[in-house]
Design a protein around this ligand. Sequence first.
Ligand code: SF4
Length: 246
Amino acid sequence: MGQGRAVACRCEELIPDDMAHELAGYLERLRWILWGYKTGGIRDWEYSPPKSEEEAPAPMAAQTVERLLQISSELTGCTRCRLHSGRTNLVFGEGSAESSLVFVGEGPGFDEDRQGRPFVGRAGKLLDKMILAIGFDREEVYICNVVKCRPPENRTPHPDETATCSPFLFRQIEAISPRVICALGVSAAQTLLGNSRPISQLRGKVQFWRGIPLICTYHPAYLLRSPSQKAAAWQDLKEVIKLLRT
Ligand code: SF4
């Protein structure tokens, strides 16, 4: 594969829908594995080889990828809670394992369930803009959710579902060890903080999750419904920038 050349997957045009979704899940996992090899320092590989010592991957990143792959493999075919019955694809999370910033949402929606990737629908497009606004590309941050399977009709995950799935989220965050966490919406904020206070009381100040600064803000889907709150969300994102610069 040539450096910088993107190859679009058109498998859904060639094979039935159900097989395409399964294949998309395997391709997503393969993407992770190949990325892990790359960050692990494999040189005999034409795809983006490091050009200098400075560009060589950090061993820590390879360890993080290994830990994420381990967590991901433990979730393969997961039936630990009732949400498994309605999923098309489990949505583990994606992004840079070395990222200083992790975004945590509530759970996959329709588009995410279909594609096996977090925040790819309309709300995801808005999140992409929010990420760009604070100076990152989507690939430079890490994005995941509290629950990895889509709740029916996009309902809020039930407390027992959150309690069952959130230990995997906590391990993801611990593996990445970011400098800042940004909780998108009340479910993510309450799960990370272990309380049931409204988002209006959780945002607007720096919170902490296991010693890591945590900023709570509105979920992009809520911002699409309530654009007047975008200014408040921007204040939260400015706090994220400030924390990353300290
Ligand atoms: S939501 Fe989490 S715990 Fe429940 S089935 Fe999916 S991966 Fe397993």
